[in-house]
Design a protein around this ligand. Structure first.
Ligand code: HEC
Length: 114
């Protein structure tokens, strides 16, 4: 009897821990992240390694064009890579190293390009 109770206790603990973690990943990006206003000049400074692939002019060799894209689209894509929800080894590695503010700055910068 005591054993059963403690097993049930463990199940409850497992659910209360696992559920929020699962929900955090399944959720959309929190509005605070989308609300961050990126610094365009900082984004330009950070964009050096991005434009070796995403040329400032646009698409090249199957690499999607990000110049002139909606800021929010870029932020959402970068966080999807960062959280490993979208799979692409290079983009996951790069996005994983960037802070939320750096992603906002990059998105703001690429949005200003034609
Ligand atoms: C080594 C080449 C390379 C570098 C460097 C690179 N990217 Fe990418 N990027 C790609 C490729 C390839 C894809 C498409 C991956 C996929 O299919 O998900 C991509 C996808 C993206 C997307 C999603 C575009 C879409 O249409 O959904 C964004 C946003 C992006 N990159 C931003 C960046 C930023 C910002 C940087 C600099 C921090 C960067 N990339 C650096 C190759 C690169």
């Amino acid at each position: 009897m005591e054993r059963r109770c403690s097993r049930r206790g463990l199940t409850i603990i497992a659910i209360t821990v696992a559920l929020p973690v699962y929900m955090a990943f399944a959720e959309e990006l929190p509005p605070e992240i989308l609300a961050i206003k990126g610094d365009v000049a900082w984004g330009e400074y950070l964009s050096g390694e991005c434009v070796t692939c995403h040329s400032a002019q646009g698409a090249e060799g199957g690499i999607p064009r990000i110049a002139g894209r909606d800021t929010e689209d870029i932020v959402v894509a970068m966080h999807a890579y960062k959280q490993n929800q979208r799979v692409h080894p290079i983009m996951q590695m790069l996005a994983g190293r960037l802070s939320t503010e750096e992603i906002a700055a990059l998105a703001a910068y690429f949005n200003t390009l034609d």
